[in-house]
Ligand binder design. Sequence first.
Ligand SMILES: *Cc1c(COP(=O)(O)O)cnc(C)c1O
Length: 392
Amino acid sequence: MTKNDNHPSQGIPLCVPEIRGNEWPYIKQCLDTNWVSSVGSFVSRFEQEIAAAVGSPHAVATASGTAALHVALLAAGIQPGDEVLVSTLTFIAPANAVRYVGAQPVFIDAEPTYWQMNPEKLTSFIEKECRWKEGRLYNRKTSRPITAIIPVHILGHPVDMDPVMELAKKYNLTVIEDATESLGASYKGRPLGSKGDAGCFSFNGNKIITTGGGGMMVSSHRAQAEKVKYLTEQAKNDPVEYIHNEIGYNYRMTNIQAAMGCAQLEQLPDYIAAKRRIAAEYQRAFSAVPGITCMAEAPWAKSIFWMYTVLVNEQVYGMSSRTLLRQLHKSGIQTRPLWQPLHSSPVYSNSPATDCTVSESLYESALSLPCSVGLPPDDQAVVIEQIIAHAA
Ligand SMILES: *Cc1c(COP(=O)(O)O)cnc(C)c1O
């Protein structure tokens, strides 16, 4: 085993970047031409290429996926004191972005089949716990207006978007898709991020493509994209005199990061194929292992299987997900549970939420397995062998 558990130099890591394309020549071009900072041709090229890849007319590069969510909420006019409906089973970033604008998250449980935001619980929350008054939706308990939904497409798989969009239309809610884990996945043939009012992506190190760190917001509204660009550049109204009408942010992506992004994006189809190949192999190998449930793909979805995750049924498998995690760790195999559902996170435990029992049970039993794009088949065979060996 290695000295640093998060970065095993031997052993099998959970999910590491894959750099094998034009990253070197594109970054070298930035260095050779002195275009290293936040202005440069790679930034606009990366924006255009992401927009084209996800079928959205406008894209704005940002410093991170979290920054993209923050400015998307600001540009959508979400106000302090508003409430925003967010998946509870997700990495914490979308809920934090809601707090950055002074709004409050309301947590919605996951559904048990694909582990995504549950449209039925979303509907029943809106129809039973809220009141529709003069064209606005209000939470009956808190009396706060509800103005947006952030469906988070977790682990590479889409949320069932049609019911979400229907509710949004009916109740005048903004939809900001958190597609940070799901670039390249699609819902009923349509790439994620392009259905809502805005879609957000991340190019953090563990995402399907990476720029080291970075993000992007896509939008079908030109005005919203322009507002986001403005906010990410310190809200500069006059670039010569430095006149500012609003408080802005330094949320820009650098040309070096965008150069890496352009190179990574060229390889996205190959990366998705690799992720799907890895998923199919796990699925095949575990079909006969009692107590291991594999990730599913809905008939209406194309998943990119970003983070391959299984459920471990302690009674049937003979060991809990956390015990299995420790056993695999001893063999140098890095795995990880899902995130603590946000409604039970110490920082959000006072927030309103639906019944979230499904997320709680998924949290208890889920384990993410090594699934780097470049995972060697021999390494995957070792992971599979170990999981079979620990079964009761
Ligand atoms: C990675 C991620 C983000 C944003 O991540 P950054 O590290 O800020 O780029 C947002 N939401 C979810 C669900 C994520 O997994």
